[in-house]
Design a protein around this ligand. Structure first.
Ligand SMILES: NC(=O)c1ccc[n+]([C@@H]2O[C@H](COP(=O)([O-])OP(=O)(O)OC[C@H]3O[C@@H](n4cnc5c(N)ncnc54)[C@H](OP(=O)(O)O)[C@@H]3O)[C@@H](O)[C@H]2O)c1
Length: 254
């Protein structure tokens, strides 16, 4: 790594794991591009106090027709001469609606597919399109889940979108082997971490999610991971000399 700027693009940066990632990346010489729907002005002050520059891109990621333009707008702010590293973390996600396929409103399932699969894939396509030939580190991380490889009753859309994202990673990594300046890409499962998403899971009915008691017990017994700690581990990996492109890692591997 050199002393040129690092540009880090994080989706779902307003709270939870994405916010913790932004805090760990924040330092002088880093430009953070934060994407979410909520107002992030409080977070901006905190990150700037650590020396980072921050650009907010307020965007609903289910508006998937906007995403190519969003990445183009971000890319226009990145100078090839002044930059040494570009990262994209597709972190935004949603678990709702929880319940067996066929039960809930079609539009709710569609939103889940858009935020968990369509948006990260389209943003990655646009990222590769803009930065393919740039001779510097360009790293993409897809935030996945243990649910990508284990079916849970009530999570058909969540599990299948995460599994889809993991296959996307393997395929893109294979394609990139042929490139002069390959973009590196991996997926990462943070494990159960204490964010709003876990709260939503604990509040689900047993009818929709029979495993709910397991998640409640894990919470009561203090067996839920610390989002801030796991975020720090992932940031260290992303900035290290070794990046396991094409692989699916979990918090247990770090
Ligand atoms: N929590 C866990 O135990 C756990 C376990 C395994 C994997 N994961 C994965 O970790 C990632 C982060 O989850 P988390 O637990 O931090 O979730 P969270 O606390 O619910 O945060 C979700 C983030 O996604 C953003 N988001 C949601 N819908 C959006 C939309 N339509 N447009 C733009 N941004 C949107 C939210 O921002 P706004 O609401 O401001 O838009 C928020 O910043 C997800 O991919 C999740 O699947 C979490």
């Amino acid at each position: 790594m050199n002393d040129r700027a690092k540009h880090i693009i994080i989706t779902g940066a307003s709270r939870g794991f994405g916010r913790d990632l932004a805090v760990h990346f924040a330092e002088s010489g880093t430009v953070l591009h934060l994407i979410a729907r909520s107002d992030m002005s409080g977070l901006v002050h905190e990150l700037e106090a650590s020396g980072a520059s921050v650009r907010i891109w307020q965007q609903d990621l289910t508006r998937t027709g906007d995403l190519e333009g969003l990445m183009t707008d971000i890319a226009e702010t990145v100078s090839i001469q002044e930059t040494g590293y570009i990262g994209l973390i597709n972190n935004a996600g949603m678990i709702d609606p929880v319940g067996p396929a066929g039960k809930y409103d079609h539009q709710e399932y569609k939103k889940n597919l858009e935020i968990n699969f369509v948006a990260p894939v389209l943003l990655t396509h646009a990222f590769i399109h803009h930065f393919q030939d740039w001779d510097m580190a360009r790293r993409v991380v897809m935030i996945s889940s243990g649910a990508a490889s284990k079916p849970y009753h009530g999570w058909s859309h969540y599990s299948s979108t995460k599994a889809g994202v993991e296959m996307f990673v393997q395929t893109v990594s294979l394609e990139q082997e042929k490139q002069r300046h390959p973009v590196e890409i991996m997926s990462f499962n943070p494990g159960r971490i204490g964010t709003d998403m876990q709260k939503i899971i604990r509040e689900t009915s047993e009818e929709d999610f029979p495993m709910v008691h397991d998640f409640i017990s894990a919470w009561e017994e203090g067996k839920i991971g610390d989002s801030n700690v796991v975020a720090g581990q992932l940031v260290r990996l992303m900035l290290s000399g070794f990046f396991p492109t094409g692989q699916s890692l979990s918090h247990r591997d770090l």
